[in-house]
Design a protein around this ligand. Structure first.
Ligand SMILES: [Mn+2]
Length: 401
């Protein structure tokens, strides 16, 4: 703890005439002579009361008394020591997703984006910390823009359907979760939960850019405790056992199901591959829709396992897609979805179920200028947002009619 004091950033200095001033903060008022007001600047970057008072021409008794009064009124406040420095939960990025404007809590949007550049939860190749940047960079080909006269979002022409999507739908980018040097998994969880809570309070549907899949756990912690389902698109079950309280990208959904009672179920889509002798690939509230079931029954197999009386969080691991279409990921498994299968699937899910949160995880760094992984991720997000917004707009119209 330091004895240095700083002038509280929200303190107001108000002249009251006759060379007198009042310094006000949070209902407290301290009257201060003009020559002492000028000395307050010395506290801007932190100083002890004694050191500043000693600079007064009259020896400092008046100054000492005035500064102590300001301290008692909590107008001069302790300067945090370095240990106490509070890092923000998130910070803006220069290149935003779809070139959307920065998130401002007071300006409601339908979708708010949040990057989580974290891969401390990977069990194989790391690199998912570069996912937010790779997806944002790829998304610059599909720029969100506003009508020059009305100021309303123009939306996008979905040329595969020959229709407009996301017209009049506001979106913004809340930047990246800040992970200070040496940040632990626990630090990541606190920050992601805090940032996602902030986005939810603003009324937005949060859209997270992973990061490895362990970022989904704190995102779900931020949701209110009403029952919620998860549609989880992934090559892997992510149901490994949780040992020593370590939540990582291979056990995140076991942690979610065992520890978050508001999560009713996880519908797992796109599972494939062989796991040696594993007994920890199932859970009573996990509903697998493997590649075989998808090939036989398609998207109805997903919707059958996802009753429509629950809201859903859609969690997409890019490795659900075959590595031929999404090569930049840490734990690729052959035999996956094609890019167009994923796009069609998320579009149908977005129309068929109420989606209240979205994440897209496990995208790695762009490996070459022609690496399509980020492009597929950005296109997937635009596709699902178009469906979610379309469903909401249709519902609103139905209510108005
Ligand atoms: Mn996963």
């Amino acid at each position: 703890m330091t004895s240095r004091r700083m002038l509280a950033p929200d303190a107001e200095v108000v002249p009251t005439g006759d060379d007198r001033y009042e310094v006000r903060r949070r209902g407290a008022t301290v009257e201060v002579a003009a020559h002492l007001v000028a000395m307050l600047a010395a506290f801007e970057r932190g100083a002890t009361i004694e050191a500043v008072a000693a600079t007064a021409p009259d020896g400092g008794a008046d100054a000492q008394a005035a500064f102590e009064a300001l301290e008692a009124a909590e107008i001069l406040v302790p300067l945090a020591s370095e240990d106490e420095l509070v890092w923000p939960d998130r910070a803006p990025v220069l290149e935003t997703l779809f070139a959307a404007p920065p998130f401002v809590p007071e300006e409601p949007v339908a979708f708010a984006f949040l990057g989580v550049p974290y891969d401390g939860g990977t069990t194989s190749a790391p690199g998912a910390r570069y996912g937010p940047h790779a997806i944002r960079e790829a998304s610059q080909m599909m720029r969100y823009s506003l009508h020059p006269h009305t100021g309303r979002p123009l939306g996008f022409a979905d040329t595969s359907r020959g229709a407009m999507v996301l017209e009049g739908v506001w979106m913004s980018d809340a930047g990246d979760v800040v992970l200070p040097p040496g940040a632990s998994a626990a630090d990541m969880r606190v920050r992601v939960e805090g940032a996602v809570s902030e986005l939810l309070r603003s009324g937005a549907i949060p859209v997270l850019l992973g990061g490895d899949h362990s970022v989904t756990y704190p995102a779900l912690c931020a949701f209110e405790r009403a029952p919620i389902g998860i549609i989880h698109i992934d090559a892997h079950t992510d149901l490994g056992s949780v040992e020593l309280d370590r939540v990582h990208h291979g056990n995140v959904f076991r942690a979610v199901l065992d520890r978050l009672p508001h999560v009713d179920r996880v519908v797992q889509v796109g599972l494939r591959g062989f796991v040696s002798g594993a007994e920890d690939q199932t859970h009573a509230r996990a509903f697998p829709v493997g590649m075989r079931a998808l090939a036989e029954a398609g998207v109805p197999a997903i919707l059958d396992a996802a009753p429509d009386d629950l809201p859903y969080y859609l969690s997409i691991d890019i490795d659900a897609v075959d590595p031929a279409y999404a090569p930049s990921t840490g734990t690729p498994v052959p035999g996956g979805l094609t890019g167009s299968q994923l796009l069609a699937m998320v579009e149908q899910i977005g129309w068929a179920r109420r989606i209240v949160g979205i994440d897209l995880t496990e995208v790695g760094a762009r490996s070459s200028p022609s690496d399509p992984t980020g492009q597929l991720a950005a296109t997937t997000l635009l596709t699902v947002m178009g469906a979610v917004a379309g469903r909401i707009a249709t519902g609103l119209r139905a209510q108005e009619a």
